[in-house]
Design a binder for this molecule. Structure first.
Ligand SMILES: *Cc1c(COP(=O)(O)O)cnc(C)c1O
Length: 457
């Protein structure tokens, strides 16, 4: 049997890609103030901005959409979605939201506030923003190995248990809003978290009486890694691995735009009735009635089907292997990436790649701009633009790493698209030393990377 791992699907509907020239892209990027979030998508050739909400849905999901029940209360589609989530998470109380951050806002507004602390392997940007917006503090407790892009380790997404305990004791268990374990660790390189680590988090949370929330956006991809890498999980179905992890937590948040294989949606799933009741009021005020939250019936139908499809072993194998394909090609060319390759994206170490650009001039943003100019490829900076802060004197406190994420939409691009990305990198490698950094000319107070303006130095 041939060894090539193929895309385990046929293409039934196509969306044309408009090609452009480098001169045109110079103009487009200038008009977007050098922020690729501000580009029109039609001006992008390969869009690796995010894997969020960009999945191709299956024929079965599209069929489900026609069967969406749009009843205000008690819709059939809601019951299907609820059953699928309860089957996965084991939680009975499910609050549907229009996307992950709505679930975050509802939960962390209740658990947060001034004087509260949240501890996570790495807070995703919307997670951190929702926590800080309430006046609470978000502290990342990533393991030391997770901070070194070059170091190989099977579970670089793990939370550092010693830091976790230290912080709980320092701030007092009563002041900890929650421990949030993000699987896979998106901001930390899409790296997986082991079951053993999740079990240890459970023990620490039990010991101190602290709430354990799982950010389950990519729990299927995380389960694949556990199945491949963790002792004792080789013969267990991916879905059962995911189930086991969910059952360690007190609740979970999920953006369905990731591993539920849909374009919009999310939910909050909880064990504790008191928290559910508080969150339900906020859900009704800001999202919608309890049986649809922020979703249409058709969305809920597609989520129920997507949560099933994502655990198909052939799909997960293709998914993880095809992401690694890009990473391995870049590594062979000598381009520094976060290793090992994570589940949904390849993270290029832009600080190392553009080592002539000082951190204050955002080497990650420079690489993002150059990928677009050279190949029409849209990527995203995950570094000092996204997470940098200023000290009292207005000097940049850089993020620990300046990465550029090449996120792979699920079931969307074929191998030749990815080969084109690899070729673009080869061209950038040739002209590497002439690339210039950036200066921020406009930034909002929260989540500045989405709307900031830049000028090239
Ligand atoms: C995407 C994401 C979120 C937020 O979800 P949205 O649907 O984009 O609002 C939260 N946590 C993680 C880890 C994510 O990847």
């Amino acid at each position: 049997m041939p060894k090539t791992i193929i895309e385990p699907f046929r293409i039934k509907v196509v969306e044309p890609i408009e090609l452009s020239t480098e001169e045109q892209r110079q103009q487009y990027l200038k008009e977007a103030h050098y922020n690729t979030f501000l580009l029109e998508s039609g001006k992008v050739i390969i869009d690796l901005l995010t894997d969020s909400g960009t999945s191709a849905m299956s024929a079965r999901q599209w069929g489900g959409i026609m069967q969406g029940d749009e009843s205000y209360a008690g819709a059939r589609s809601w019951l299907k979605m609820k059953a699928a989530i309860t089957d996965l998470t084991g939680f009975e109380h499910i609050l549907p939201t229009h996307q992950g951050r709505a679930a975050e806002r509802i939960l962390y507004a209740y658990l947060g506030g001034k004087g509260k602390y949240f501890l996570s392997n790495t807070h995703f940007d919307t997670t951190r923003a929702n926590i800080e917006y309430t006046g609470a503090t978000a502290i990342d407790c990533l393991t030391e190995v997770g901070k070194h892009p070059e170091t190989e380790h099977p579970f670089k997404g793990n939370i550092a248990i010693d830091l976790l305990v230290e912080n709980i004791q320092k701030y007092g268990p009563e002041n900890i809003g929650a421990v949030i374990l993000t699987v896979t660790n998106n901001s930390g390189g899409g790296q997986p978290v082991s079951m053993e680590n999740a079990r240890e988090v459970r023990q620490v949370c039990d010991k101190f009486g602290v709430l354990f929330i799982l950010d389950a956006c990519r729990i299927a991809e995380n389960a694949y890694f556990i199945g491949q890498r963790e002792e004792g999980y080789q013969d267990i179905a991916y879905k059962d691995i995911a189930r086991e992890m969910c059952r360690l937590a007190d609740g979970c948040i999920m953006s369905a735009k990731k591993d539920a294989l849909v374009n919009m949606g999310g939910f909050l799933a909880l064990k504790d009735k008191a928290i559910v009741d508080a969150c339900t009021s906020m859900l009704i005020i800001t999202e919608g009635f309890v049986t649809y939250g922020g979703l249409s019936g058709r969305d809920m139908e597609a989520i129920a089907i997507g949560l099933e499809e994502v655990f198909d072993p052939d799909y997960l194998n293709y998914r993880i292997v095809s992401t690694a394909y890009l990473g391995n090609k870049l590594t062979q060319m000598g381009i520094p990436i976060v290793k090992p390759v994570g589940g949904h994206a390849v993270y290029v170490d832009a600080r190392a790649f553009y080592d002539h650009i000082p951190v204050e001039e955002f080497p990650g943003q420079a690489l993002v701009a150059d990928l677009y100019l050279k190949g029409g490829i849209r990527a995203v900076e995950i570094g000092s633009v996204m997470f940098g802060k200023y000290d009292g004197a207005g000097k940049l406190i850089p993020a620990p790493m300046d990465l550029v994420r090449l996120a792979i939409p699920r079931r969307v691009y074929t191998q030749s698209h990815i080969d084109y990305v690899v070729e673009t990198f080869a061209e950038l490698l040739d002209g590497k030393s002439s690339s210039k950094g950036f200066k921020i000319t406009y930034e909002p107070e929260f989540l500045r990377h989405f709307t900031a303006h830049f000028t090239r130095l």
